[in-house]
Design a protein around this ligand. Structure first.
Ligand code: NAP
Length: 279
């Protein structure tokens, strides 16, 4: 059995839908990953073969004002899951982020590049990566710029704002790869089924700025919105973000045989699915 922790989240719900009968989901009502006792009780009771941890404190700006919670959930929580998996012999799959990098490299990041987080969220997720290694059988999957049917995300925000306004300012100096959670879920299953271990990058292929992503969303949906450029400095968010954090994913292709589709194709598929699920 594959246990999805954080099963009510955006990625967790797509994973559960993809896995079907092989899966079982738990979330905060069933397990608090920041509590060793809670983790031992649930993992010890269910004895899954694989634990995929999608649970996290994901409010990047909120982490800046709540560093203890960020570290307790994103850092120590992973240590508890790793201890429980080591004890029961399970494989731990830990989902991590491009925000462990500082964005200064200028070319796509490979798995071995040195981490250098700019934010509390990034620091706490890096601690989670290191703690995942407590379990000898582990996979770390770094991803970025997620959107999906089951959560607040950039696509939904743009569609809401685009219905209200005919002009928007969107940052054009952060570059990354928008990634559909269903494609990430498929990549995670390919890593599990392929017997992979260690660290992997998984994102849709190609890259753009948030501004370019917004323009694509409006082009695909036929909304007539004038998307103007603005800088990260002008947006002035509490947490610092990497400016260039594209992830090189060829290791995922070589080891797990998984070929991520382009971010634009994924967006098109997502919008089609979104329309049919809303009608
Ligand atoms: N979203 C992105 O753009 C992005 C980018 C890169 C990496 N990631 C990583 O991808 C993973 C999935 O992200 P997501 O966007 O799907 O997250 P999400 O929608 O915020 O889901 C996280 C889930 O974890 C639950 N949770 C929070 N604290 C918990 C705890 N102490 N014990 C158990 N469950 C807890 C949350 O419950 P509540 O909602 O009740 O708090 C929520 O259901 C995370 O590891 C995240 O760091 C995300």
């Amino acid at each position: 059995m594959i246990l999805v922790v954080g099963a009510n989240g955006m990625l967790g719900q797509d994973l559960i839908a993809l896995i079907g009968d092989r899966g079982h989901g738990v979330d905060i009502a069933d397990i608090d990953i920041a509590s060793l006792e809670s983790v031992m009780k649930v993992i010890g009771g269910l004895k899954p073969e694989v634990v995929v941890n999608c649970a996290a404190y994901t409010d990047v700006d909120g982490c800046e004002s709540n560093p203890e919670t960020a570290m307790a959930v994103n850092g120590e929580g992973v240590a508890y899951l790793a201890m429980a998996c080591r004890e029961t012999g399970a494989l731990l799959v830990q989902v991590s982020t491009d925000y462990i990098f500082d964005g200064g490299k200028g070319t796509p990041y490979v798995e071995d590049d040195a981490p250098s987080p700019l934010s509390v969220y990034g620091e706490s997720k890096l601690a989670g990566e290191m703690n995942a290694a407590i379990c000898p059988e582990h996979v770390i999957v770094r991803t970025q710029w997620l959107y999906g049917l089951h959560g607040n995300n950039f696509v939904e925000t743009m569609l809401r704002l685009g219905a209200e306004k005919d002009q928007l300012n969107v940052v054009d100096d952060q570059i990354g790869s928008p990634t559909w959670t269903m494609d990430l879920a498929r990549a995670i299953i390919a890593l599990i089924d392929g017997g992979c271990r260690g660290t992997y990058h998984a994102a849709n292929s190609g890259y753009c700025s948030w501004n370019g992503f917004a323009k694509a969303i409006f082009e695909e949906t036929g909304l007539n919105v004038d998307v103007r450029p603005m800088t990260t400095t002008e947006l002035n968010r509490p947490a610092k973000r990497p400016l260039y954090s594209t992830l090189e994913c060829s290791k995922l292709t070589v080891d797990a045989g998984f070929h991520p589709q382009t971010w634009r194709d994924a967006l098109r598929q997502y919008l089609k699915l979104r329309t049919s699920s809303h009608s």
